[in-house]
Design a protein around this ligand. Sequence first.
Ligand SMILES: Nc1ncnc2c1ncn2[C@@H]1O[C@H](COP(=O)(O)OP(=O)(O)OP(=O)(O)O)[C@@H](O)[C@H]1O
Ligand SMILES: [Mg+2]
Length: 262
Amino acid sequence: MARKIVVTSGKGGVGKTTVTANVGRMFADLGYRVVLIDVDFGLNNLDVVLGLESSVNYDMLDVFEGRCRLKQALIQDKKRKNLYVLPSGRIEAQSLITGQNVKLLIESLSKIFDFCIIDCPAGIDVGFHRALSCAEEVLVVTTPTLTSIRDADKVINIIKSYKLDKVGLVVNRARGDLILSNKMLYPLDIKEILKIPIIGVLPEEDSVFLSVGKELYKKCESYKAYKVMCKNILNDKNVIYDVTSKYSGFFGSIKRSIKNCL
Ligand SMILES: Nc1ncnc2c1ncn2[C@@H]1O[C@H](COP(=O)(O)OP(=O)(O)OP(=O)(O)O)[C@@H](O)[C@H]1O
Ligand SMILES: [Mg+2]
């Protein structure tokens, strides 16, 4: 049976879809069979982030309304034979697809995959509950901003009522230069506020922003940080990727000054 992990946040635009796509790709590269499920009905874009939007013929609503079989709606990644995405569908799916429907669908996918990773919509309304009811594990993504942390806190409190196996924190868009200048919270401070274990710390990097529809460049810092995070998920560890290291020491402080001048 697959591990079913939902990626959620509270605040929108913090990187849920990006995390879903990159974790999915990395697990697939390690040989696992992975399916990424977009339950962000209406504002769905997981297929776009993966560069697969032109391959979408059917979506989840088509499966439920009998226009296609589940296997026909799954899109295979262009590069990895063991990575699939299930697109969510049109806005009307929002009212037509229930949590129970999605749960049953994910149950059947979990028999043929090792990982079902579910991309959740922002907010705490019906779409959030629908996604949570399908998973056993949660990754709560936040950026190191007070607004995002506050929303993550609200989400974590709601998640408690679901009695899930694992709830982990992903701090995305962390800036080592700002952390060392005391202008941004340390990931460990965020962990203290939210009181859940850190699974990933991911740097803010242009290469992530520019990788939409493409692959993450293997030599970029984010790729290394994602690797640490994926190992944590696989081995149940909490190793923290240090986003400040390249700004520490003499040369690091020069880099920091240059970055802060720009
Ligand atoms: N670490 C990062 N560094 C730079 N840009 C990033 C990083 N993570 C995500 N982004 C960019 O931030 C934007 C929002 O990311 P994404 O769509 O993954 O967020 P989301 O939480 O899924 O949004 P929504 O709530 O709308 O579904 C995208 O343009 C993405 O490329
Ligand atoms: Mg998204």
